[in-house]
Design a protein around this ligand. Structure first.
Ligand code: GLN
Ligand code: ZN
Length: 751
C-alpha cells in the first residue's frame, strides 16, 4: 500500500504566496524575482510532501487559479484578451478590468475563474503540467503531474454565443455541442499526455470533481468516450472528491488505471464499493483523511478501514479525501489554543503526518501503533460542553421557529412604527475600513492602547458615520461595523465554543485569504455582542439604526465545525445565541435587525437530492434567531446572483425585507421573483456594485429599479448598495450614496 497526498496549500505558513503575488502586482518585484520566489516556495512545499507521503503531484502552484491555468493551457482565451502575452494576459484575465467571472468552487469557499469559450477550437498554448514536471525533475524530485480533466473543465465553462439579441452566455447543455467540444479538447490533452510520457512521467493525476455532480446518462457516456481517447501513453488516475461519484458503475468501468474516491464526505462510495465491488486491474485511491475539516482522524478506526479496503483490492493507495488547500498550512504557532483542542486538531501538514502514521501502523511499526492508540483516545474526549444549551436545543418546538403573526399583519405594525417613505434607502452595514481603523485595531491587539481608548476610537467613528448618513439623507442607518474585522470572525471571538486562530489562513481566491474559526464545542453567548455599539449609534439619531448580526448558517458555513454533532444541531445552538442578542436589541429599543446570510446558498450540497434536507434545517436555524416581536422588522442580506434555483427556499425564511445583488446582473435577478407567484416581501435592490471602484450613475441605478418595477410593486422596493462598503474608499462611497439617495427622491416624486 502507498500513500498519496494532493492539493497541499500553496499559501505558505507566513503567507509567502500572497506576499509574492501582491508585491509583484505593485511592481515591488521583477518578473524574475517573482518566479524565483515561487520556485523557492515550490521546493519548500515539496519537502513537506517528501517527508510524509510516497506520491505527490506537480503543477499545483498556480499563479492565480488552477481553472484559469487549464483555460490557458488549452488556449481558451476570449477575444478581449488577445493577443496572448504570457503573464500580462494571465493577470488581465484573472483581475483586469474585464476579468473572467469569479464563482464558488463546488460547495467550498474557494472561488475559481469561469472559462469563457467563444469558439469550439482549442490548441496547446501553455504546457504548464510539463513545465512543472520538468522543474521538479531538474531538482531530482519525482512527481505525478496533476491537472483538471476535460470533462470538469467543460462542465464549469461557459459558452459565449452571439445571437440576435446580443451575446448569450450559458453552460454547455447541448449533448452535441458538449461532445464536439470534448473531442476537440481531448486533442490538446492527448498532446499534453504525450509530452509528459516522453519526459518520463509514469502516472498522471486527472482531477474530475465534475463526476460527483448530478449527471445525465449522456454525460457519463461522453466521459467514457473521452477517457477511451486519452488512455494509452501513460497511466491515468482519476481523482474525484467533495461527494460520491454520481454513477458508481460507470465510474469503475472507465478505461483508466486508477480511480480516486472521497470516502469521507458521505458513505455512498463505500457502500457502492461493498455492493458492486472494485475492478481487479485498477488502483483504488481511497480518500480517507478529511481534507475539509481540521480534526485529527480516529486513527485506529482508519487503520481498520484500510484493512477492510485491502480485501477489495491489493492495489490500494490511501490519500486525503479532497484537496488540502481548504485547510490552514500547519498547527505551528497556534499555541494560544487550549491543549484539549490542539490535541484534536490537524491542519494540512498534520494531515500528511496522519497518512504516514497509518502506513507505518499497517506495517506493524510499534511506535506508530502506540501513537495511533494515543491519538484515538485523545480525539474521543469531548469538551466545551454546556448542558443548558443542549437542553434548550432539545426542547425546541415548532413555535420557536414561527413568528407570532403573519407578514401581512406584521408589516402594518412595522410601518406604523417606522414611517418610512416609498423606496426607503439604506446600506448593508459596513463603511470603509480605512488604514486608520486597521491601525487602531492593530494597536489594541498589540496592547499599545487600552480597551477604553480603542472603544472611544470606535465610538468616534460611529458618531462620524451617523452624522454622514443623516447628511446624505439615508432613511435607515447603520453603525458602520468599524469594530469588526470579518463578519464571521467577529462573532466567533465573542461566542463560547468557537476558537479563532492566529495564522490559520486559507486562500479564498487569487491572493485573498481569510481565517475560518473552529467550532469545537457547544456554542453559547456569555454576554451581549453588539449591544454597546448599536445602542450608542441609535442614541445619536432619531432615524432607525439597524442592529447587525451575521446569521447562523453563514457562521457555520464559513467555519470549521465539530463532527460529533449533526450540523443542524450546531446551527440551532448558534441561532439561540443570536436570538438572545435579538431580544437584547429589541429591549434596547432597536426597531430593525438585519441578519446577514451571504453563505446560505453556498452550504447547499452538490446533489439536488440532498437539498431539501439541508435547506430544511438552514431555514429553521434562520427562523429561530429571527423570531423577533412582530413590530421588529427583520432584514436579511444575500449578495450573489444565482437566485432562481433557491427562491422557493428563500421564501420560507419568513423575513420582512431581503437586500440582494442587482447591479452586476442589471436587475436580471428580479426575474427570480416572477417565477415565484405571490411574493410579498420587501426587496432591497442592490443598485450600487460595491465590487467595482466605478461611480454608479443615477441613470444606471434608475434603470435597475425600472426593471424591478415591471415585476414587483413599488411598495416592496428599497434602494441600497449590493453589499457592505468595507473595501471601498470614502471618496467613492460618498458620491455614490449621494446619487443613490437622489435616485430614491426622484422616484418618489415620479410615483
Ligand atoms: N453586513 C456585512 C457588511 O456590510 C455584510 C457583508 C457580506 O454580505 N458579505 O459588511
Ligand atoms: Zn453581501
Amino acid at each position: 500500500m502507498q500513500t498519496l497526498a494532493y492539493g497541499f496549500p500553496k499559501l505558505g505558513k507566513q503567507r509567502e504566496f500572497k506576499r509574492l503575488l501582491e508585491s509583484f502586482w505593485k511592481g515591488g518585484l521583477s518578473e524574475e524575482e517573482f518566479y524565483q520566489g515561487i520556485e523557492d516556495l515550490k521546493l519548500k512545499r515539496a519537502e513537506v510532501y517528501q517527508a510524509n507521503v510516497d506520491l505527490f503531484p506537480s503543477n499545483e502552484v498556480s499563479l492565480y487559479d488552477f481553472i484559469l491555468d487549464t483555460a490557458i493551457m488549452v488556449g481558451a482565451i476570449p477575444g478581449r484578451f488577445q493577443p496572448y502575452q504570457g503573464l500580462k494576459t494571465y493577470f488581465e484575465m484573472a483581475k483586469g478590468k474585464q476579468a473572467l467571472e469569479l464563482t464558488k468552487w463546488f460547495n467550498t469557499n474557494y472561488h475559481y475563474l469561469v472559462p469563457e469559450i467563444e469558439k469550439l477550437e482549442f490548441s496547446l498554448l501553455e504546457n504548464f503540467p510539463l513545465k512543472d514536471f520538468l522543474f521538479y525533475q531538474k531538482h531530482g524530485i519525482d512527481t505525478f503531474p496533476k491537472f483538471i480533466g476535460p470533462f470538469t473543465f467543460l462542465k464549469l465553462a461557459k459558452l459565449i454565443k452571439p445571437s440576435a439579441e446580443g451575446i448569450k452566455v450559458e453552460k454547455i447543455n447541448e449533448p452535441k455541442v458538449f461532445e464536439e467540444a470534448l473531442e476537440r479538447l481531448n486533442l490538446v490533452y492527448q498532446e499534453v499526455l504525450k509530452s509528459l510520457a516522453k519526459a518520463g512521467a509514469k502516472t498522471v493525476l486527472i482531477e474530475e470533481p465534475g463526476l460527483v455532480m448530478d449527471l445525465e446518462p449522456w454525460e457519463w457516456s461522453l466521459v467514457k468516450k473521452s477517457y477511451e481517447a486519452l488512455s494509452g501513453d501513460i497511466d491515468l488516475w482519476i481523482l474525484t472528491y467533495y461527494d460520491s461519484v454520481s454513477d458508481y458503475s460507470s465510474f469503475i468501468e472507465l478505461p483508466v488505471k486508477g480511480l480516486g474516491m472521497d470516502l469521507v464526505s458521505n458513505q455512498e462510495n463505500l457502500a457502492n464499493l461493498k455492493v458492486v465491488g472494485f475492478p481487479k486491474d485498477k488502483v483504488l485511491i481511497a480518500g480517507i483523511i478529511n481534507g475539509r475539516q481540521v480534526w485529527k482522524a480516529k486513527l485506529e478506526d482508519k487503520l481498520r478501514e484500510v484493512e477492510n479496503l485491502l480485501q477489495f483490492t491489493q492495489d490500494l493507495v490511501i490519500a486525503n479525501s479532497c484537496p488540502l488547500f481548504h485547510l490552514p498550512v500547519s498547527l505551528v504557532g497556534e499555541d494560544h489554543l487550549p491543549a484539549e483542542l490542539t490535541n484534536k486538531l490537524s491542519f494540512a501538514e498534520e494531515k500528511l503526518e496522519e497518512l504516514k502514521l497509518i502506513k507505518r501502523g499497517l506495517e506493524g511499526d510499534q511506535e506508530a501503533l502506540n501513537l495511533i492508540a494515543d491519538i484515538q483516545r485523545k480525539v474521543q474526549i469531548s469538551f466545551g460542553q454546556k448542558e443548558e444549551i443542549n437542553k434548550r436545543v432539545s426542547q425546541l418546538t415548532e413555535e420557536d421557529f414561527t413568528r407570532g403573526i403573519p407578514y401581512s399583519e406584521r408589516i402594518k405594525l412595522q410601518q406604523k412604527r417606522l414611517k418610512l417613505p416609498l423606496f426607503p434607502t439604506t446600506t448593508i452595514g459596513s463603511f470603509p475600513q480605512t488604514e486608520e481603523v486597521r491601525a487602531a485595531r492593530a494597536k489594541f491587539n498589540k496592547g499599545e492602547i487600552s480597551f477604553e481608548e480603542y472603544q472611544r476610537f470606535i465610538k468616534q467613528k460611529i458618531a462620524e458615520v451617523i452624522k454622514l448618513q443623516e447628511d446624505l439623507g439615508l432613511d435607515v442607518l447603520v453603525h458602520g461595523e468599524f469594530e469588526r474585522t470579518d463578519m464571521v470572525e467577529f462573532f466567533a471571538q465573542k461566542l463560547e465554543g468557537i476558537a479563532t486562530t492566529k495564522q490559520g489562513w486559507v486562500l479564498s481566491y487569487g491572493s485573498r485569504v481569510y481565517r475560518p474559526p473552529i467550532i469545537f464545542g457547544d456554542v453559547w453567548r456569555k454576554a451581549p455582542m453588539t449591544l454597546e455599539e448599536i445602542n450608542y449609534a441609535q442614541s445619536l439619531t432619531s432615524k432607525p439604526v439597524k442592529g447587525m448580526l451575521t446569521g447562523p448558517v453563514t457562521i457555520l458555513n464559513w467555519s470549521f465545525y465539530r463532527e460529533d454533532l449533526p450540523k443542524e444541531q450546531i446551527a440551532y445552538q448558534i441561532a439561540l445565541a443570536l436570538l438572545d442578542e435579538v431580544k437584547d436589541l429589541e429591549r434596547a429599543g432597536i426597531k430593525i435587525i438585519q441578519i446577514d446570510e451571504p453563505a446560505f446558498r453556498e452550504g447547499a450540497p452538490i446533489k439536488r437530492k440532498d437539498w431539501d434536507q439541508y435547506f430544511s434545517w438552514a431555514i429553521k436555524a434562520f427562523r429561530l434567531c429571527a423570531k423577533a416581536n412582530p413590530e421588529t422588522q427583520i432584514h436579511t442580506h444575500m449578495c450573489y446572483s444565482e437566485f432562481n434555483e433557491i427562491i422557493s427556499y428563500i421564501a420560507q425564511m419568513d423575513f420582512d425585507v431581503i437586500s440582494i445583488e442587482a447591479s452586476r446582473s442589471k436587475g436580471e435577478i428580479i426575474e427570480a421573483f416572477e417565477t415565484f407567484p405571490g411574493w410579498d416581501r420587501q426587496v432591497g435592490l442592490g443598485v450600487y456594485d460595491i465590487h467595482s471602484p466605478n461611480l454608479p450613475t443615477k441613470e444606471e441605478m434608475k434603470e435597475i429599479v425600472r426593471r424591478a418595477l415591471r415585476i414587483l410593486p413599488k411598495e416592496l422596493l428599497w434602494i441600497n448598495p449590493d453589499c457592505g462598503l468595507k473595501t471601498r474608499r470614502w471618496e467613492e462611497v460618498i458620491p455614490a450614496l449621494r446619487n443613490l439617495v437622489e435616485v430614491a427622491k426622484e422616484l418618489r416624486q415620479q410615483f
